[in-house]
Design a protein around this ligand. Sequence first.
Ligand code: NAD
Length: 246
Amino acid sequence: MDLAGAARALGAARRVAVLTGAGISAESGVPTFRDAQTGLWARYRPEDLATPQAFAREPQLVWEWYTWRRELVARAQPNAGHRALVELAACVQHMTLISQNVDHLHELAGSRDVLKLHGSLFANIREDDRLPVADSDRTDDVPPRCRVTGQRVRPGVVWFGESLPADVLHAALEAAREADVFLSIGTSSAVEPAASLPFMASQRGATVIEINPDTTPLTGRCEYSLRGPAAEVLPVLVRHAFASVE
Ligand code: NAD
């Protein structure tokens, strides 16, 4: 693991793009999709619940799964990895934080303007037109209905097979194209289009650094693969990159 080389590249970068996945929240107690689910949910695969087809077929089951995930995330606190990214943003001239996570732990840590590619667990939208619904405008049914239109209310996340919010994706692509350094943290690099962002950055000349305890399709194709948990590796990387500013 070439921490020194990665730190040198990061310390010299003017524009940094960061992509995070479920792994950065793992040490906050939020399970990744790969971790086994517990209790009632152990018999379901997340890929089978996080789809529009699942919600159409079994709306109550899907809504309750999201209620379980919301409660789990609501109890979680940001960890040293989330906090290191707040510090990084303060050290570099320009940083864009792109996240596939639907939790709010980056925001709780203090990161601003997070590009949330997959939406938020804490937002609710109408099933048909995907417009936001305020809590005061929804019924107590499971799942709730919008009092104004009667449409079913669903979580404000992007499900498998759905398109990403165009403005958010556009900003993420631009950040990847312009980055001097691209950091990919805690993501399996398996879900498109997020998985393509580091490759796109690399083609434009960015140095790509991956932080993950496991190998991914990106591992063999990036300059630096720092193998370990984000909450341990990220603070050390940021400290080494900006040692002279402390
Ligand atoms: P993923 O579950 O496919 O992969 C998680 C990755 O994190 C794996 O490569 C794993 O090796 C790595 N990892 C595990 N522990 C880690 C740690 N301590 N530090 C660093 N890396 C660690 O998740 P993904 O790549 O984000 O993509 C799948 C989808 O999962 C996304 O659409 C996302 O919306 C959704 N998801 C989000 C959350 C969340 O918001 N916290 C949780 C579960 C799933």
